[in-house]
Design a binder for this molecule. Structure first.
Ligand code: GLV
Ligand code: MN
Ligand code: MN
Length: 410
């Protein structure tokens, strides 16, 4: 194992300890104690690579290596460092670690870039705490206005800025980033599916990312006593929600073309064993490679949900996230493929079924992604694992690509 690989393992192992569920995977909610621990580690590592560290008003972290050109846009490399509940150690952090190691190589080889290099570590990509997802990237690119950000609350009613203050973050720092300050964005991510492992290919060069949306559906009824309310006198919000949820998979199956639909979160109120639920709130995540499939299924979900708006049951539908399928930048794709050839690392083209911050950045800058194999195709679970040798490959590829993009002199 070489030095880079050893450092990668150390970073991943260290970050994986910052979890609210030790022994049961990584649970790192944005603005939690574990966020602060990971944040401090990332900032420390950025400084060790000679980067100037800054945060923004969302708590996104930036480590900058200045370039020689005045006011030149930066080449950004990074990913997110939050997690899903009981997730793995790689989804997000592996991409931050790759960026840190690229910066480490810049320092080790004493490169002087013309364009700045920035390692970035983003908050709340998963939407685990505040819903929607891609919050750090959407926020910094101005897609989430300050008012809407302030109004976001977690499931315990804690607003974003209060949670930020609890871990000592400065909520008054600038939030928005001018796209003119960004030259390119590179993200390495685990594949989170089985394709690369099955093909035994160590690198996937991402061509496009699926379109996706998230709906938050609230069903309301009347609370009452579980023992004394006759069955024909109930307006049970959970029964209505369950009936809706049970019909969702067929909508995606009928749409076909790889369209998928998931209800992953369901909150029941007041959540008492002997109380008829008066409210059920659940998410619906819909994805497809083609925007029209996503839009068709959204319409079908809407009419299905609205058909329950009767007989004392009320429904509301919100759409906290909608993002169309995004193509990655062809010039950088070619640069990455040529670099793989030069380094003699086999690769193939691949599409992403998961959402990534790169899809937000792709509207403002040249964005590109590399995938590496995921063991047994597993992700968003504690078993998630990728080979540090594969991660090290991506450090080398991004290092070469970043030298070109930043126009560095050795
Ligand atoms: C992020 O992991 C997503 O695809 O939801
Ligand atoms: Mn994820
Ligand atoms: Mn991710």
């Amino acid at each position: 194992m070489n030095n880079v690989q050893e450092r990668i393992e150390k970073h991943i192992n260290t970050l994986s300890q910052f979890t609210a569920t030790p022994g049961k995977g990584t649970t790192r909610l944005t603005y939690s104690k574990e966020d602060l621990q990971a944040r401090n580690y990332i900032k420390e590592q950025m400084k060790a690579c000679g980067l100037q560290v800054q945060e923004d008003g969302f708590g996104n972290i930036f480590g900058k290596l200045e370039g020689t050109l005045k006011d030149a846009p930066s080449v950004l490399i990074g990913s997110h460092f939050d997690s899903v509940p009981n997730g793995g150690a790689y989804d997000g952090p592996a991409g931050v670690v790759v960026a840190l190691e690229v910066a480490h190589l810049f320092k080790e080889n004493q490169l002087t870039p013309k364009y700045p290099l920035e390692v970035i570590a983003l908050v709340e990509e998963e939407g685990t705490r505040y819903g929607g997802g891609l919050m750090g990237s959407r926020g910094m690119m101005g897609l989430l206005n300050e008012e809407d950000f302030k109004n976001l609350k977690d499931k315990d009613g804690i607003p974003t800025e209060e949670a930020m203050k609890q871990i000592g973050l400065n909520t008054t720092l600038p939030k928005q980033r001018d796209p003119k300050t960004i030259k390119a964005f590179l993200e390495m991510h685990i594949e989170q599916g089985p394709i690369l492992e099955e093909k035994n290919i160590p690198i996937g060069v991402v061509e496009a990312i699926v379109g996706l949306t998230q709906l938050d559906i609230t069903v309301s009824g009347q609370a009452g006593h579980a023992g004394t309310t006759p069955m024909d006198r109930r307006t049970d919000a959970l029964v209505a929600a369950a009936n809706i949820i049970g019909q969702l998979p067929q909508l995606a199956i009928n749409e076909g073309a790889g369209t998928v639909i998931t209800t992953g979160r369901l909150n029941v109120f007041p959540n008492g064993a002997n109380v008829i639920p008066d409210k059920a709130v659940f998410t619906v995540d819909i994805r497809s490679g083609k925007e029209e499939n996503v839009l068709n299924v959204v319409e079908k979900v809407r009419s299905l949900v609205m058909s329950y708006n009767k007989d004392g049951i009320g429904v509301t539908i919100e759409q906290p996230l909608y993002i169309e399928p995004k193509a990655m930048n062809q010039e950088i794709i070619t640069l990455l493929k040529n670099t793989c050839d030069a380094l003699e690392i086999p690769y193939c083209s691949i599409n992403s079924g998961a959402g990534h911050d790169a899809m937000v950045f792709s509207d403002y800058t040249a964005a590109a992604m590399l995938f590496i194999p995921s063991k047994n195709g597993l992700s968003h679970c504690p078993e998630e694992w990728s080979d540090s040798a594969h991660i090290a490959n991506t450090v080398n590829i991004f290092y070469e690509a970043a030298k070109k993009l930043t126009e560095s002199n050795e």
